[in-house]
Design a protein around this ligand. Sequence first.
Ligand SMILES: *Cc1c(COP(=O)(O)O)cnc(C)c1O
Length: 386
Amino acid sequence: MAMPYSFTTRAVHAGRDDLNELGVHAPPIDLSTTYPARDSHTEAARIEQFASGEQPDGSPIYSRLHQPTVARFEEALAELETAESAVAFASGMAALSACVLAVSAAGKSHVIAVRPLYGGSDHLLGANLLNQEVTYCRPEAVADSIRPDTGLVVVETPANPTLAEVDLEALAQQCGSVPMLVDNTVATPVLQQPLRHGAAIVLHSATKFLGGHGDVLGGAVCCDEAFARRLRQMRVVTGGVLHPMAGYLLHRGLATLPVRVRTQAATAAELATRLTQHSEVAQVAYPGLTAGRPKQMETGGALLSFRVRRDAAAVISAVKLITPAVSLGSIDTLIQHPASLTHRVVGASDRDDCGVDDRLIRLSVGLEDVEDLWNDLDQALSGQEL
Ligand SMILES: *Cc1c(COP(=O)(O)O)cnc(C)c1O
């Protein structure tokens, strides 16, 4: 499935090149944990190859070393992110941990992080649990924060939950030769492909839009083949592998990703505009809402956040159609209070500094009809029964 085809076509067909030859229509799900082998000597050599992050043809030997169903998802996602390779993990956090471990194993244990980040990522980096050191800074201060042992610059754009945008090309210049890791969970490759804007590594919580139905946990890293080998090596050792059933579902999710994301984003844009005119809403954050056009994204995406004048918790508990829940990117609309839930692990003053205050509500817009969503939001905001 190569280039002349458009993005939507590739989303449907990527990772399926061999299906005709196999005589099947849906990708097979291989649930084996081990694979029969008669020749122990060649097997031993191939184990070495897998352990060093290569992917030799033939038997996977053991499914922590290689997983054919997951490999299809990896191939398809790499193609959509315009990456040489992709490596899938059990969750987005497992994917981020593997990146941090892979650079520290190479002697670079200092990470620069641009806030705000997803609460779990902020916690992973800040809590020093992986023995790395972190410097948090504004995008403009990245160049000055780089040290000889800096292994990664981590950024999220648009950021979760403030939807603040960072200019990736300007940041890439500041990074110099230090790899820039962009968490592309919120934009997805449909709306933004960070590798085209100077990123070396793209991270996904596949749990969100890639899966898209709120029923799979997974993560992935898209990068060049050299870094992919180091990540596979880390994955073999630490074991944060994606289950083949999850690999199948995530691969299937990619086929409808462009349709879902574009529809959800159009509804989000409409809701964002209407919310700016609501008397109970003090402020709305949505990429491109005031500036006219988001920076490097095709449209503003399916996530928005807004500051309310009343108690945010009261608004959230009053929704009827929308689900009050953490997570994002599902086919149904989810609402949550970042300061209490997803960003609780970030200290209160750091939260305030990056705009995640108590009045902020985050909405992940699904595929429901825009009028039904608006009516639900309006009644919850106004505190009146429908
Ligand atoms: C959810 C999320 C993560 C973490 O992913 P998990 O799959 O929950 O481990 C990382 N980054 C962003 C932006 C997220 O929304």
